[in-house]
Ligand binder design. Structure first.
Ligand code: PGA
Length: 256
């Protein structure tokens, strides 16, 4: 079994003091959770402050986005190098909200992955279909296209540092999660696709699920052979819920 990764995406939520409160409680509740990677992605404005509160805890920091250039005249943007400097170890890339509201494409996602690896940030690359695409039976075609576009030009040595997040758009923030079987089907196919393209390293790459993950469904999701963790939105803003998700019930699993 791969080392599980549970990541909380706070999105555009929390002031600094709300973030401090959340982190203090999370630290308490995740003490001793050493067999898992726990990651939070607060808004940029809180990262610097929170990094000091997280020292000595198993919780790591992620950025919610980044810009592809190192520095320069790009008003309003933040580079991967700056995010590494402020204490991030991971960067979420290509979240469906970025694709939808900020016109990110597979091509920009690809550039952001390169930028992230250049700065030694581990990219958490998001893919997933809309409800219409699922209804039209296009799920696998869509995620395949997104993966191919996102990973264009990356060799196996680079791919091994990625985390892939399967996040069906219809499940994000809706309270309707994909069933464990629906998620496993896509994860399994993604793993096969990565194996075809990159060989054995694909077996060591974590594929996490996102979309209405809650304390009530995490155990079942994590029992699936190809679900290696979760990307959590709404429930990551509640310390008790997020800690319970991070302390999911472990069950033995074997991949076919
Ligand atoms: P949700 O969001 O858990 O609120 O559905 C998931 C995400 O956007 O990553």
């Amino acid at each position: 079994m791969l080392r599980p990764l549970i990541a909380g995406n706070w999105k555009m939520n929390t002031t600094i003091s709300q973030g401090v409160e959340l982190v203090m409680r999370l630290r308490e509740l995740t003490r001793g959770a050493e067999d898992i990677d726990i990651v939070i992605a607060p808004p940029y404005t809180s990262i610097y402050h929170l990094r000091f509160l997280l020292a000595g805890s198993p919780i790591k920091l992620a950025a919610q986005n980044l810009y592809i250039e190192k520095n320069g005249a790009y008003t309003g943007e933040v580079s991967a190098e700056m995010l590494r400097d402020v204490g991030c170890e991971y960067a979420i890339i290509g979240h469906s909200e970025r694709r939808r509201y900020f016109n990110e494409t597979d091509e920009t996602v690809n550039k952001k992955i390169f930028a992230s690896l250049r700065a030694n940030l581990k990219p958490v690359v998001c893919v997933g279909e809309t409800l219409d695409e699922r209804k039209d039976n296009k799920t696998l075609g869509v995620v395949k296209r997104q993966i191919k576009g996102a990973l264009k030009g990356l060799g196996p040595g680079m791919v091994k540092d990625l985390v892939l997040a399967y996040e069906p758009v219809w499940a994000i923030g809706t309270g309707i999660n994909a069933t464990p079987e629906q998620a496993e089907e896509v994860h399994n196919r993604l793993r096969d696709l990565l194996c075809e393209e990159y060989g054995m390293v694909a077996n060591d790459l974590r594929i996490i699920y996102g979309g209405s993950v809650k304390p009530e469904n995490i155990d079942e999701l994590m029992a699936q052979p190809n679900i290696d963790g979760a990307l959590v939105g709404g429930a990551s803003l509640n310390a008790d819920d997020f800690a319970r998700i991070a302390r999911f019930k472990k069950s033995p699993k074997g991949r076919s």
